[in-house]
Write a protein that binds this ligand. Structure first.
Ligand SMILES: Nc1ncnc2c1ncn2[C@@H]1O[C@H](COP(=O)(O)OP(=O)(O)OP(=O)(O)O)[C@@H](O)[C@H]1O
Ligand SMILES: [Mg+2]
Length: 499
């Protein structure tokens, strides 16, 4: 016979209940009732005795008497909420007082019981508190998977094709294997499949197979029972169980040990999970999406990946192409990310690129793919001038291919050393002063060429007119009133003695 409050396979069996009450009888009765239902119970006769116990962790619910010698229940509740807000606390009062009940509830008690306690009331209240806690943990986990969710950007035919594939596979429940270089958006694709599928309201659980030591992977995937191995002090649900009703994303599947591969294959064949060290069989309803940046077929050929598992996983393969093969997407992505990070970091106006910077970025190969481009955008928003010019870009992007050499440095003007600029002139300058000095000299030159036509100069420089005005002010440049015009002696902004 199963205990009244529990259903088969209930996760409440073994849950830890702590009882804090100064009346010995109450402690004894509650222990008996709860232990009889499969809970594990610890009792304390005062808050002072109980509070240090919290630091040892693994408490699922606390039953706390309101009237206690020493620190009373309400004050103790406040302390628990402060340090362990996720542990539900059920208040017990011998002197039914509505006021106390209301106070405790507003302070975050999860429930309130009056003495004398009935067995049924105790069991239901404890069960509900533990269930609610598990549920809010689930909600949090769900929200966490949403936070990283970003729109999949791009208009290239490669991305369009991927969107089509996602829509098609999402509608069915087939297993998908996503391949592609690092940073190409494999995880983004996996999440998009989940969101577009019937399982969207179920959990999306990710396992990074490369990050988990091979001796732990089975316990991670399938869970373990208490005492299954040294270190298994508590039973634990595996990721397959956690993903029940949702999607399990097996990332870096190519790094999974052969043992773990065999175990995963078994689950895929039977839909059954057995925790390490356990006997009970759990049926799980999980859609598996896997990803790898390895060539799995090659791994199969050289014997490090099981062929049968490969075929089970890659019912539908989706390949995420490298960014360099996605044409105009590079330009689209960098602009969207600059917009995104400008908003995120409160930078106004939105950071933009000069034409040269845009060309250089467009011509760069991005070995780290979208991740590298995204990181670049964030760095530029934080560190670079607006608009971003060639000199703000990392050398690998700015100047690798001659085509995007800084303007004004045509070959006939190159320093005999072969370097672009005669650097001897700039000795002893900080990088910032150097940049200002060069910028100043160059802007001045262009202004003179256009007869101080700001609009045309801004055009030539590839920046907005308003930005040029700002720069002129910053650099202390005004028509006919040019201060500190010697490179190496940049003027203080707005110090304008000749005025
Ligand atoms: N098409 C896209 N649009 C917008 N952002 C993208 C796109 N593709 C990738 N990203 C972003 O680039 C970063 C890397 O993507 P993701 O983690 O999905 O790559 P990955 O292929 O799983 O990389 P790895 O193999 O290194 O794990 C993430 O921040 C992701 O949001
Ligand atoms: Mg990834």
């Amino acid at each position: 016979m199963l205990p009244a409050g529990m259903t088969e396979g209930s996760d409440q069996i073994g849950s830890r209940v702590v009882v804090v009450d100064d009346e010995r009888n109450i402690r004894r009765t509650l222990s008996m009732v709860l232990e009889g239902e499969g809970y594990s119970v610890e009792t304390f006769d005062s808050s002072e005795a109980f509070l240090p116990r919290l630091e040892r962790g693994s408490v699922d619910v606390v039953l706390l008497d309101v009237r206690l010698p020493g620190l009373d229940g309400i004050a103790t509740l406040a302390k628990v909420r402060e340090t362990h807000a996720d542990i539900p606390v059920i208040m017990i009062s011998g002197h039914a007082s509505l006021e106390e009940a209301v106070r405790a509830m507003t302070m975050g008690a999860s429930d309130f019981m009056e003495k004398p306690l009935s067995r049924e009331r105790v069991l239901v209240t404890v069960k509900n508190a533990i269930e609610r806690r598990a549920l809010s943990a689930k909600v949090r986990a769900f929200e966490a998977t949403q936070e990283g969710d970003e729109e999949m950007l791009g208009e290239s035919s490669a991305i369009q094709q991927i969107r089509d594939q996602i829509a098609k596979v999402a509608a069915t429940g087939v297993r998908v294997l996503i391949t592609g270089e690092s940073g190409t958006g494999k995880e983004l694709i996996a999440r998009a499949i989940h969101r577009a599928s019937k399982r969207a309201n179920g959990p999306f659980v990710k396992v990074n197979c490369a990050a988990i030591p091979s001796e732990l992977i089975e316990s991670e995937l399938f869970g373990h029972e208490r005492g299954a191995f040294s270190g298994a002090v508590q039973k634990k649900r595996g990721r397959f169980e956690l993903a029940d009703g949702g999607t399990l994303f097996l990332d870096e599947i190519g790094d999974m040990s052969l043992d773990a591969q065999a175990a995963v294959l078994r689950v895929l064949q039977t839909g059954e999970v057995i925790r390490v060290g356990g006997e009970k069989v759990f049926m799980v309803d999980v859609r598996v999406v896997a990803a790898t940046n390895k060539d799995l077929e090659e791994e199969v050929r050289n014997g490090s990946f099981r062929e049968d598992l490969f075929f089970r996983l890659s019912v539908v393969p989706i390949h995420a192409p490298p960014l360099r093969d996605r044409g105009d997407d590079i330009t689209l992505l960098i602009e969207r990310f600059l917009g995104h990070f400008s908003r995120e970091h409160g930078v106004e106006p939105t950071v933009s690129l000069t034409q040269e910077a845009k060309d250089a970025i467009r011509g760069y190969g991005f070995p780290g793919n979208v991740r590298e481009l995204r990181n670049l955008a964030e760095r530029l928003v934080i560190l670079a001038d607006n608009p971003v010019s060639l000199s703000d870009l990392p050398p690998a992007i700015a100047g690798a291919d001659g085509r995007s050499r800084p303007p004004g440095l045509s070959d006939d003007r190159r320093h005999p050393s072969g370097r672009g600029i005669d650097l001897d002139r700039f000795d002893n300058l900080t990088l910032r002063d150097l940049r200002e000095a060069v910028e100043r000299e160059y802007i001045l030159k262009k202004l003179e060429e256009t007869g101080w036509n700001v609009t045309r100069t801004a055009d030539m420089l590839g920046i907005e007119r308003t930005n040029l005005h700002k720069k002129l002010k910053q650099l202390g440049l005004r028509k006919n009133v040019v201060t500190g015009g010697v490179i190496g002696a940049p003027s203080a902004p707005s110090a304008n003695p000749a005025d």
